[in-house]
Design a protein around this ligand. Structure first.
Ligand code: PLP
Length: 434
């Protein structure tokens, strides 16, 4: 997947957010704002999201899934993002009490929330029922017991539920983000007969209204085949269960590095609907989805400043920046790959091989293992990694007690600070001793 040819050493522009353009001074602008100005004003590291890109992907998803579509908030959640998704007509997929709290704080209506999780606590289920979450995706028999007990105790209305089914598909993706295979901690096994047993259980429940079937086969899937297979496997069960909804989950991949391509959200939707028709699922069954990564990943770039460069004989130089695994743990967690470029000269040949590392005190703290950067890269340069809108900030930590970076949204020449940079004093917020 990694290209070393001279031509491929130019950053492919499709990895940049939709509104990326060259400013007259040769540097890169997003949303009409020069990235170097953002770095100067807000400092580095900083996450820069192209708001038009986010809105375009949300609109595309709403069009692609007329039956309904939820934004999977775990990919990137803050108030501004939840508001944007809700304004675009998306529901919100949440999986914890914290995500429910944030979604409601952003003004989302509880009935537009879809509540996931393989181990929802009684407190979280009670919270969801109390605020009126629209749909719960039940994942275990223990959870069914808990929902029933809480509905009985609070004399609330029955809860609308989808059954999460594990269809037994080995999606071709990293094992940590594969979720549809038989040996998965998620859902009721389809091949083991658990899904049928759960259906009987839910149907005979007076505290649960059966809404339909849900499956999520994994993340970063680059081929619509896996989703077509999912629909094909589940079709008979959908029909016999009388489901009014089949949710196919999220998981559509996005290109991260040169040479990678992925289907668009529209192509994904078309393939899934065609597969449903072929499998005999009538139009009366709503086909729904819950994309996360494909909505937000390509919308953002992260800006860093190069602090030190260590030349090494015959191996790539260590180029250390002022961020690291605390703002983007994906390379350390999954061995994920990124590109790197200099916003001051984004499309020049990048002839120098480098390993872009962070400032955390451990060796897994790599941001780009095998980067190509321009020969004239120097200490003090702003260096950017594209396609960092998903599972970057969302998984950021305070490892090494480093304050988390700010997040800005750019649009039509304006910069909006949506999450400020953490301060050293923020790091003391949880301390109980004075
Ligand atoms: C993570 C997750 C998603 C979103 O996955 P992406 O790969 O970000 O699209 C959707 N549904 C469920 C149940 C998930 O766990």
């Amino acid at each position: 997947m990694r290209h070393t040819g001279r031509i491929m050493n130019v950053l492919p522009s499709h990895l940049l957010p939709d509104t990326a353009t060259l400013a007259t001074n040769g540097s890169l602008s997003i949303g009409g704002v020069d990235l170097l100005e953002i770095a100067a004003e807000f400092g580095t590291p900083v996450f820069v999201y192209d708001e038009s890109h986010l809105r375009a992907r949300c609109a595309e998803a709403v069009d692609a899934f007329p039956g309904g579509v939820a934004y999977a908030t775990k990919a990137f959640l803050c108030r501004a993002m939840a508001e944007l998704a809700v304004e675009s007509g998306m529901k919100l997929d949440v999986a914890t009490g914290g995500e429910i709290h944030l979604a409601l704080a952003a003004g989302a209506r509880a009935e537009r929330l879809v509540f996931h999780g393989n181990n929802k606590s009684s407190a979280e289920i009670a919270m969801a029922i109390d605020v009126g979450v629209g749909t719960m995706v039940v994942d275990s028999f223990d959870e069914i017991d808990r929902i029933e007990a809480i509905v009985r105790a609070t004399k609330e209305r029955p809860v609308r539920c989808l059954l999460r089914v594990t269809p037994g598909i080995e999606a071709h993706t990293h094992e940590y983000i594969r979720t549809g295979h038989d040996d998965s901690k998620f859902g009721f096994g389809f091949n083991s007969g658990q899904a049928r047993a759960a259906l009987e259980r839910v149907r005979s429940s007076s505290e649960i209204t059966f809404g339909g079937i849900h499956a999520h086969i994994g993340s970063l899937i680059f081929d619509v085949d896996a989703f077509e297979k999912e629909v094909e496997i589940l079709a008979a069960f959908v029909l016999e269960s009388g489901a009014s909804e089949l949710c196919i989950g999220g998981g559509l991949g996005v290109p991260y590095v040169a040479g990678e391509t992925a289907p668009t959200i529209s192509e994904w939707g078309a393939a899934v609907h065609a597969a449903a028709t072929t499998a005999g699922i009538p139009d009366s069954v709503a086909i729904t989805a819950e994309p996360g990564r494909s909505i937000v990943a390509g919308a953002a770039v992260t800006l860093y400043t190069v602090g030190t460069i260590k030349e090494r004989a015959d191996v790539p130089a260590y180029v250390a920046v002022d961020g690291g695994m605390h703002d983007n743990p994906r390379p350390a967690l999954y061995g994920s790959d990124y590109e790197a470029f200099l916003p001051r000269a984004p499309f020049v040949h990048r002839e120098r091989r480098a390993r872009v590392v962070g400032m955390n005190c451990e060796s897994s703290d790599v941001l780009v293992r095998d980067a190509s950067i321009p020969n004239d890269t120097v200490v003090g340069d702003v260096l950017a990694t594209p396609v960092t809108g998903a599972y970057g900030y969302a998984m950021a930590s305070n490892f090494n007690r480093i304050p988390r970076p700010p997040v800005v949204f750019v649009r039509d020449g304006d910069v909006r600070l949506v999450l400020r940079r953490e301060t050293y004093d923020d790091l003391l917020l949880l301390e109980t001793s004075p």
